[in-house]
Design a protein around this ligand. Structure first.
Ligand SMILES: Cc1ncc(COP(=O)(O)O)c(C=O)c1O
Length: 419
């Protein structure tokens, strides 16, 4: 039987005390085993940017099947996809493919440690970079860095420096004190893993200038933010160029593909040209590569990201109105296709500490009420900051309108219960 009843810990739904069992997906919908239909606001943890069962993805997978499901083989398709990524991502001079976001964030840090000859990395509180030992550290109440999960070496905490997102002074203090030992600064350019916490004006530019001056490799982890707000990632949106970037999820619309991109002089330190290890039997699996080529083709339609921005703005402001109308304390923050709902808070959220006291009771009532009426949000946790939500290109105005009606009725019920 499955350990803990799930194949991945984050599939456990704490408000249900079990996973949400899904039978299939189509467009903006998921269907459960009983055939009930749900408007999907999880979209495969953010991977299904085009929606489920997209015809172009289906065709790509059939092409890969017909080629014989070959893994561990280089093809011209890999070259074509790498070339396309270098066209659309400003900082991408070289590309390596892998299967998961966790792999590429770890390889990015390995590269940074090699080229700088330094050991430490600086990461921001709450930013998620995957489940390898490299990143499984957090700060305790006293500010000390400690392992955030069992089995993670305590000694590794000495190699992790942590700072608060959007706190320029705290970041500067860390760089002033330890900059000469820091190999890499890694960050989510928008902290989407805690809903949607954008950088304050000038924060990314400041980090760029301090890391350049201190010889630190700057890594943008675009696994969740990539292909959501701009085709060229958040670096295009903010106009800040990292040294290395990591991509996954929406890059192949749900097929397992990740990419590490960045400066040629760094990337060419990978074996065979340099000494830094990265390989994998399934790296750049043909199914995923062909799905990615198809996904990027769909995402390259002129004007698409402006359209997404407009749809998102309208949807987030209507959702905020819904909560306000029913006097439910909740703040909606979103960019492009991803958003967070902060229950129990009405002020802007600028750092994860703002939502440590997230109102999970209200969150539980809302999510379970929505689920009863055919709208699916995934709860990643029942303590601390909330997780994230999003929509896909298959969520038409009608679908979003239907979801807003459901959310309005759930909010009305919650408000009645509170009065
Ligand atoms: C920003 C970010 N980095 C890395 C990862 C890890 O990616 P994966 O789940 O593909 O290992 C995630 C996954 O949610 C993520 O959101």
């Amino acid at each position: 039987m499955l350990a803990g009843g799930v194949s991945a810990s984050m599939r456990y739904y704490p408000y249900l005390q079990r996973p949400f069992y899904t039978a299939r997906g189509e467009g903006p919908y998921l269907f459960d085993n009983e055939g009930n239909r749900f408007i999907d606001f999880n979209t495969s943890n953010g991977a299904a940017i085009l929606g489920h069962k997209h015809p172009a993805i289906r065709e790509a997978i059939i092409e890969a099947l017909d080629a014989g499901t070959i893994a561990a083989a280089e093809t011209y398709h890999h070259q074509k996809l790498a070339a396309r990524l270098c066209e659309i991502i400003d900082s991408a001079e070289r590309v390596r493919f892998a299967s998961t976001g966790s792999e590429v964030t770890s390889v990015a840090v390995r590269l940074a440690r090699h080229v700088t000859g330094r050991k430490k990395i600086l990461k921001f509180d709450g930013h998620f970079h995957g489940l390898t030992d490299t990143f499984l550290y957090r700060r305790d109440e006293s500010g000390a860095v400690i392992p955030s999960a069992g089995g993670v070496p305590e000694a590794g905490a000495d190699e992790v420096v942590m700072s608060a997102w959007n706190d320029v002074d705290a970041f500067d203090a860390m760089i002033d004190q330890q900059g000469n030992d820091i190999a890499a600064v890694i960050l989510e350019p928008v902290h989407f893993n805690a809903g949607c916490i954008p950088p304050i004006d000038g924060f990314l530019e400041h980090i760029r200038s301090r890391t350049s001056a201190a010889g630190i490799v700057l890594i943008f982890d675009e696994v969740l933010s990539g292909f959501r707000v701009r085709l060229g990632g958040m670096e295009e949106f903010y106009g800040v160029r990292p040294d290395l970037s990591t991509w996954a999820k929406a890059i192949a619309n749900g097929l397992p593909l990740a990419a590490l991109t960045g400066r040629a002089d760094l990337m060419e330190e990978l074996i065979p040209n340099g000494p830094v290890a990265h390989s994998g039997t399934y790296s750049g699996h043909l199914h995923s590569v062909l799905a990615s080529i198809a996904t990027l083709e769909e995402l390259s339609q002129p004007g698409l990201f402006n359209q997404i921005e407009e749809i998102g703005k309208g949807f987030y402001s209507q959702l905020q109105d819904t909560f306000d109308r029913h006097a439910i304390p909740a703040r909606v923050q979103g960019m492009g296709t991803r958003f967070g709902i902060y229950f129990g808070r009405t002020e802007p959220v600028t750092t994860v500490a703002d939502v440590q006291n997230h109102d999970h009771d209200l969150n539980r009532q809302f999510y379970l009420g929505c689920m009863d009426r055919g709208v699916y949000f995934h709860a990643y946790t029942h303590t601390g900051p909330p997780g994230h939500a999003g929509f896909s290109l298959a969520h038409t105005d009608d679908v979003l309108g239907e979801a807003l009606n459901v959310m309005d009725s759930v909010a009305a019920d919650i408000a009645r219960g509170r009065n």
